[in-house]
Design a protein. Structure first.
Lengths: 575, 345
């Protein structure tokens, strides 16, 4: 939300510079993404939907700077339509759950024109573009009150009837951005015959305000946030309006905004000639019991009843003492995020000041130590590898597309990401050593040279997880992951496996855990193109193969541009 | 000229076919395509040709050039395949007692940082508890008070394995519900491990990154924001020096209430504002707060009888600040010059 500072000043009489206000807000209320002399852009979080309106921001700024609000006198005792006995526009709501309240006001005698400069400045400071005076009025009201509005051209609406319903399969709508959209479970606004728009997300082209519009039907409604969220996502339409519907709106503010909007259109020469307010406008503000003791124990600062009460009153909470330890708290109508006692405690804490918390060490019973054997083993193993002269690398948990190709892997044997960022994050690794081969190749290309050796020498290891897909038998559970140690050695000789065998034996015998035995007689030759046909052997625990030491097949290495021989080890360390 | 070209063609095709090692082929390649190779130099003489001659010589030259290139390539492949076929005759002394070259080993910067942090918190009675990378929606989101379809889910760009069910965890916080449901309180647990986000890789962002996270659970009324403050300062002073300190700001995370954003005083300018902290005097380093009652409920712990705190931060970013590393990709792309350069920070 971009907050226009000159506009905010009209609502609350704060005395800080833009920079001071930004600092104060970020330490007490909400992060500030950008600060300029004209506006502040708030880093809005889901909970603070109230800050999607200038009124909400004004209430907050008033609370944290002790500055008086200037708009309270504008809040009417009676709304402008009360006692006028105006006719109604017919409104039918198919499913009340998706649209608990719906208001529509008919305003006549308008003339489409450019907006004046003050409106244009307010909009541009708020990050919005001016369209024409009629559309701009709805946006100004949305920015000020937080309640989105939509103006339909009245003549486009047949029989002056509005229906709110869910779309049927196969229905289409051309939206304001000139795109024809296929509708599917979207909440719609329609007239007696055709679709006028997607509720809360975007209006239809056919009912758009045009140059000769003089009469509008002004919509102010509350739609179910989840339904708006789904429609927004499905059609990739994220507007200032849909954002506010998703955060949730209040009925009280809706009526205030409608009242404000009608008055704004009156300044453009408009006349209110019909109005419908459909739904139950009662809003019960939940009361919450706040324990003073709990506040102090969670906050870690001792506050008395008076301090707590004052902090909450600044934020327009009602506070009523119930007993010696309990305050009954009612949050202001616009703070929908306050649901439980802890929410209230956060309010007290931030107004009193997070900076006043004094550090205190953990006390009480020290818990029983959890089993650390795997973590300790991994740590010891890393140290042994380092002491054996190896350099630790950490590579991605994925296979590159080149590796998948060269390993000739069947992709069904891999854990697949459903929404990969690119082909490099599509499949998860089932071995670590191919990633180490890539590391070797990359360093050769980069001209890496060890200081001690004139020939190219690369000795690296990684301890990390590999990921195995779910077995076809679903009852055996989903994908699994386990830790492996992998080593790659290129020592310039044409038989690096000899040295790797010695290194591996040294590292493995140093561990207190049993890592398995390296066979002492060669295994039967193999011919799978990945490894040297004879230079490989298994690592076994009893009869079970837990790892392999091998020279990588030169063909595989050549594919990565490696001319020298490379030997690898890969061993499962979670046996 | 045409004869000359044909001569080169014949001569080298012959040589290439007879070559039996990659070394020979490399030499031939240099003779033909090197700086003063026969093919490389040839076009210099074309300017003396008549335009008629040029019309025939040009295409012939190109054809021969391509043919030689291709033949060398093919021969190289053939020589390789020949050498591959001899692999099975190579000896393998499985009990070889080869001498090991003396190399200086190195641990990854993140590993050393992890050790340092783990050691700090072990002193306070914390144990490591690591949770899976492939996680259910339940433990990554739902049990952390982030219900399905809730707009707050937009805070985490997620890589899914099975949408609606399985995903790559977006934070280490999945360890809390997994540990809490064992109901062995009090708890002081920590995890330094890998997490994933749907994020394109550049110098500042990575889809794969580390997180360090702690969670403390005690009796109701026992764990306070003052403890959170203590642990934050403890971490920062332990890692960055005595001068470091934390600053708390309100911040929303669905799994804590109250929620806290933790900043660290910029150790380079001592809070005055410099290039490294973008002039603010502080770094945003961690998200934290008091464990939300719904998180206790989801784990089967009575929120009325328990209190707890948690925070998590990105060690990669902290390392980048500490050592002024400009590119986050250096951590996971295996550049040995980088990995060995940080041996003695």
């Amino acid at each position: 939300m971009k907050v226009s500072l000159s506009w905010l000043k009209e609502l609350v009489d704060y005395q800080l510079t833009s920079e001071e206000l930004a600092n104060k807000l970020s330490l007490t209320s909400i992060g500030v993404k950008q600060q300029t002399e004209d506006y502040l852009e708030l880093d809005l979080t889901y909970n603070r939907g109230d800050l999607l309106s200038l009124w909400g921001v004004a209430y907050e700024v008033s609370a944290i700077t002790d500055a008086p609000l200037k708009f309270l006198g504008d809040i009417p005792d009676d709304y402008i339509w009360v006692g006028k006995n105006l006719p109604q526009v017919k409104v039918e709501i198919e499913e009340e759950k998706l649209c608990p309240v719906y208001c529509v006001a008919k305003i006549e005698n308008l003339k489409v024109e450019h907006s004046d400069d003050t409106w244009i400045k307010k909009l541009s400071d708020s990050g919005m573009r001016s369209i024409n005076n009629i559309a701009d009025a709805t946006n100004l009201i949305m920015l000020e009150y937080g309640q989105p509005m939509h103006a339909f051209s009245a003549k486009a609406i047949k029989n002056e009837t509005i229906k709110v319903r869910v779309s049927k399969k196969g229905e289409m709508l051309k939206t304001l951005d000139n795109k024809v959209r296929k509708l599917e479970d979207d909440l719609l606004i329609t007239d007696s015959e055709s679709i006028l728009g997607m509720a809360g997300v975007m209006g239809g082209k056919d009912s758009e305000i045009s140059e000769d519009t003089t009469t509008i039907l002004l919509e102010a409604a509350i739609f179910e946030p989840l339904s708006i969220r789904k429609t927004s996502k499905r059609h990739g339409l994220y507007s200032e309006a849909s954002k506010r519907f998703q955060h949730g709106l209040t009925k009280i503010r809706l009526l205030q905004a409608l009242d404000g909007a009608i008055k704004l259109y009156q300044t453009l020469g408009g006349t209110l000639t019909a109005i419908t307010l459909k739904g139950d406008f009662g809003q019960v503000n939940k009361s919450i019991n706040l324990s003073i003791q709990k506040t102090n124990s969670l906050f870690g600062v001792l506050l008395d009843e008076e301090t707590i009460t004052k902090a909450l009153q600044k934020l327009n909470f009602d506070v009523n003492p119930k007993d010696a330890d309990t305050l009954e708290i009612t949050s202001p109508y616009f703070r929908k995020d306050i649901e439980i006692e802890e929410d209230v405690i956060e309010e007290v804490a931030r107004i009193y000041g997070y900076e006043k918390i004094e550090a205190r060490p953990l006390e009480g019973e020290k818990p029983e130590k959890l089993d650390q054997s795997l973590q300790n083993f991994i740590h010891d193993l890393k140290v042994s590898c380092k002491e054996a002269g190896l350099t630790e690398v950490q590579s991605y948990s994925f296979y590159s597309s080149e590796t998948i190709n060269d390993l000739r892997l069947t992709i069904n044997d891999l854990v697949k990401i459903a929404n990969p960022i690119s082909s490099e994050t599509e499949y998860m690794r089932t071995f670590i050593w191919p990633n180490l081969i890539e590391v070797v190749a990359k360093n050769i290309r980069a001209g890496f040279k060890q200081s001690f050796s004139s020939s190219k020498d690369i000795a690296v290891f990684e301890i990390g997880k590999i990921y195995q897909p779910a077995s076809p038998d679903a009852s055996l559970g989903g994908p699994t992951e386990s830790y492996r140690l992998a080593i790659a050695l290129m020592n310039g000789s044409d038989h690096p496996i000899d040295e790797l065998l010695v290194i591996a034996r040294n590292v493995m015998t140093k561990q207190s855990a049993n890592m398995g035995e390296i066979a002492t007689s060669p295994s039967a030759p193999r011919n799978d193109d990945l490894f040297h046909p004879t230079r490989f052997t298994d690592i076994k625990v009893d009869a079970k193969v837990v790892g392999t030491i091998a020279e990588v097949h030169p063909r595989f290495l050549n594919n990565f541009g490696i001319d020298k021989r490379v030997a690898i080890l890969e061993i499962n360390i979670e046996i | 000229m045409e004869e000359k070209i044909s001569g080169i063609q014949k001569n080298y095709l012959d040589k290439i076919t007879k070559a039996s090692s990659l070394k020979e082929l490399d030499e031939i390649f240099l003779e033909v395509f090197g700086k003063s190779g026969e093919i490389t130099l040839l076009p210099k003489n074309f300017k003396n040709l008549s335009s008629d001659e040029k019309k025939t010589v040009g295409p012939l030259f190109n054809q021969v050039k391509q043919e030689l290139e291709k033949t060398i390539g093919n021969r190289r492949q053939a020589v390789r395949e020949e050498s591959y076929s001899k692999l099975s005759k190579e000896e393998f002394d499985i009990n070889s007692k080869t001498k090991i070259s003396k190399r200086e080993g190195h641990l990854h910067l993140a590993t050393r940082f992890k050790e340092e942090i783990i050691e700090l918190f072990e002193k306070l009675g914390f144990s490591q508890f690591d949770a899976p990378h492939i996680e259910s929606e339940k433990y990554n989101f739902e049990d952390l008070n982030i219900p399905k379809d809730h707009p707050s889910r937009d805070m985490w760009d997620t890589l899914y394995i099975e949408p609606g069910k399985l995903l790559l965890r977006t934070h280490t916080s999945n360890f809390w519900p997994r540990l809490m449901k064992k109901k062995r309180t009090p708890l002081r647990a920590m995890s330094f491990d890998r997490c994933f986000r749907y994020e394109a890789v550049d110098a500042r962002h990575s889809h794969t990154f580390n997180q360090f996270e702690i969670a403390v659970v005690g009796k109701a009324g026992e764990i306070t924001m003052a403890n959170l403050k203590y642990l934050s300062d403890y971490l920062l002073k332990g890692l960055l020096g005595k001068e470091a300190k934390s600053r708390f700001r309100p911040k929303y995370y669905p799994f804590v209430e109250p929620g806290v954003g933790i900043d660290c005083l910029c150790v380079f300018c001592h809070g005055k504002g410099c290039r490294i902290c973008s002039g603010t005097g502080w770094f945003e380093i961690a998200g934290a707060g008091m464990i939300h009652p719904n998180v206790f409920k989801a784990a089967g712990l009575d929120p009325k009888k328990h209190s707890g705190l948690a925070w998590g931060f990105g060690p990669d970013r902290m390392l980048m600040i500490k050592y002024q590393i400009e590119d986050i990709r250096l951590f996971l792309e295996g550049d040995l010059k980088f990995l060995q350069g940080f041996n003695k920070p």
